[in-house]
Structures are given as structure tokens and as C-alpha cells.
Design a protein around this ligand. Structure first.
Ligand code: CUA
Length: 319
């Protein structure tokens, strides 16, 4: 517990979402206390009033009383529940929905550390530096077992799975250093798999990024790898093309050979690198080899970032 917390007994709340979650938490406790208090009070009142041998009247209630009360409390609780659901769901959606143009940071979980890579290639381990008041989207994957990326100060937690990207979004609005935990039991050192998230003013974050050594643009790394692995031979071939064009691919809908379409998101790009025969683009032969075991998750991130970086300007990227 820190002084930043606007509620005692809770960790600091470093985002609007975090404060929202706290209101839901205390709102639900408040409602529960009122209901439990009401039930206990009625229980005691009736228990005493209608105890055995008491002279209290025991005649029937008029029918309209019980009917109107029944309808009244049913409708009231229904609306109360709908309101609570709406309030909580709206808050949750902000953690999975993508804000426009978020800062995308890649996270790879492994026994027992968090490897983090910023868009410009700066890497860190068990520490996540982010700018304040900027929407951040974490794209995460595990190299081995299931982990879970838990940031209590932001009230967000998301499982990190092997073989599948998951993401979580947040906009921290309070600078400071907060806990980072793994929240899924993942082996003997699970309890030590954590670190901290540092929320900095925007300018300070930029200065911090610039001061990190050896930063190489993530897309640039992907482009190097793209050439090294020989991808350019087919994907950037001029004239008759043996492989789909990658320009403008990200986010578009792709026609598949077997019929149907699929949206070219990060998961699709990753799958296409590891299991190219699974979702072949219509009009092409399934000749691409799998790069499973050849490239690490970090390298796949850089390839995916490289492919995402095309804005239709293919020539520029073939150099
Ligand atoms: Cu990783 Cu627990």
C-alpha cells in the first residue's frame, strides 16, 4: 500500500481504469453490505415479532401487496445488475480494445523472466518503462509455459500463452514505479518472476530510450532477418510472383485457397511464418517452408513488426 492509493488497503491506482475498477469493487461491497444488513435486520425483526406465542397478527396479506412488491424488486434488481454489468464491461473493454495508434511493446515470457522490447528495439528484462498519458498496447507471447502478466497498479492481468499472441492495453496517468508479477504458477521460480513497471513523463521516457545502448529499430531488425532467411526472394520478386505481396497486407482481409477469408492480424502473420501450409492465400501454391524452430519468438516479433511497417511502399523495403 502506498500513499498514491486513493483507497486504503489497495495498491496504488495509476490509471483511470484502475480507479474505475476500485469503484466497482467498493460499489459491489457497499451494495452487498446494504443487502446483507437489510436481510439480517428483517430476519431479527420477524424472528422477534413472530416468535412462538407472540400476540402479533398472523392474517393473510392482501394479494396486491405481495404482487406489486414481487414485481418491484424483480425489476429493480434486474436493472441494478444490468447497470453493474454495463459499468464493469465498459471498463474491461478499455483494456482489450485498441486505442488508435497505441505504443506497441512486445513481451516474451519465459521461465522465469519477462523480456520486453520497445518499438525502437530497446530491450529490457523484468522492467517495463512506459510514458505517462500515452496509450500502450502490450503484445505478448510465451516461449514455454503459461505465464500471466499482472500489473496491480493498473488493475490489469492477462495470461501469456505459448503459441498465441495475447494483448493488454492501458494508459498510465501517474508516474512512479509499480510492481509487476507473474500471476500464473509456472514452475519453481514462479514467485520470483516479476519486476516493476516505471511510468515516466513523456520527455523523460524519450530521454531514457535514447540513453539505452544498442537500440536497433525493431522493424529494421525484421528487415535484416527477412533478407537473411531469403523471404525477399519470393515475396519481393518482380514480375511473376510466387508469393503474396506483403505491402498493405497487415489489417487487410485475405482470400484463402480453400475458400473463406481471414484478417491479416499479428496472429495470422505469426502462423504464416510457422505453419505456412495452414492458411494458403488463394492463387498461390503452398511452397513456403516452415520457419518453426528456425526463428525465436523475439525474431518473429521483429518480422511481424517489419511486415506491419509496410504502407504499400514495397520498393523502399527491398533495399
Ligand atoms: Cu511465469 Cu509464473
Amino acid at each position: 500500500m502506498t500513499a498514491d492509493s486513493h483507497f486504503v488497503f489497495l495498491p496504488a491506482a495509476a490509471s483511470a481504469h484502475a480507479r474505475h475498477v476500485d469503484w466497482i469493487y467498493f460499489g459491489l461491497i457497499g451494495v452487498s453490505v446494504v443487502i446483507v444488513g437489510l436481510v439480517v435486520a428483517l430476519l431479527l425483526t420477524f424472528g422477534i415479532r413472530y416468535r412462538s406465542g407472540s400476540p402479533a397478527p398472523r392474517g393473510k396479506l392482501p394479494e396486491w401487496v405481495s404482487r406489486e412488491i414481487e414485481i418491484g424488486w424483480t425489476v429493480a434488481t434486474l436493472f441494478a445488475f444490468i447497470f453493474i454489468f454495463w459499468f464493469a464491461a465498459a471498463s474491461f473493454l478499455t483494456t482489450i480494445g485498441a486505442a488508435s495508434n497505441p505504443l506497441e511493446i512486445h513481451v516474451v515470457g519465459k521461465q522465469w523472466m519477462w523480456k520486453i522490447e520497445h518499438p525502437n528495439g530497446v530491450r529490457e528484462i523484468n522492467e517495463l518503462h512506459v510514458p505517462a498519458d500515452v496509450p500502450v498496447r502490450l503484445v505478448m507471447i510465451s516461449q514455454d509455459v503459461i505465464h500471466s502478466f499482472f500489473l496491480p497498479a493498473l488493475r490489469i492481468k492477462q495470461d501469456v500463452l505459448p503459441g498465441r499472441y495475447t494483448s493488454e492495453s492501458f494508459t498510465a496517468d501517474k508516474t512512479g514505479s509499480y510492481d509487476l508479477f507473474c500471476a500464473e504458477y509456472c514452475g519453481s521460480d514462479h514467485a520470483r518472476m516479476g519486476g516493476r513497471i516505471v511510468v515516466m513523463p513523456k520527455a523523460e521516457y524519450q530521454a531514457w530510450l535514447d540513453a539505452q545502448p544498442g537500440a536497433e529499430n525493431l522493424a529494421g531488425k525484421g528487415r535484416q532477418l527477412f533478407t537473411q532467411l531469403g523471404c525477399a526472394g519470393c515475396h519481393f520478386e518482380k514480375g511473376h510472383r510466387r508469393a503474396p505481396d506483403l505491402a498493405g497486407l497487415y489489417g487487410s482481409y485475405v482470400q484463402l485457397a480453400g475458400g473463406g477469408t481471414v484478417r491479416a492480424d499479428e496472429a495470422y502473420l505469426r502462423d504464416s511464418i510457422l505453419q505456412p501450409a495452414r492458411q494458403v492465400v488463394a492463387g498461390y501454391a503452398p511452397i513456403m517452408p516452415s520457419f518453426k524452430g528456425t526463428v525465436s519468438e523475439d525474431q518473429i516479433f521483429s518480422l511481424v513488426t517489419f511486415i506491419k511497417s509496410f504502407s504499400g511502399d514495397r520498393e523502399e523495403t527491398t533495399q
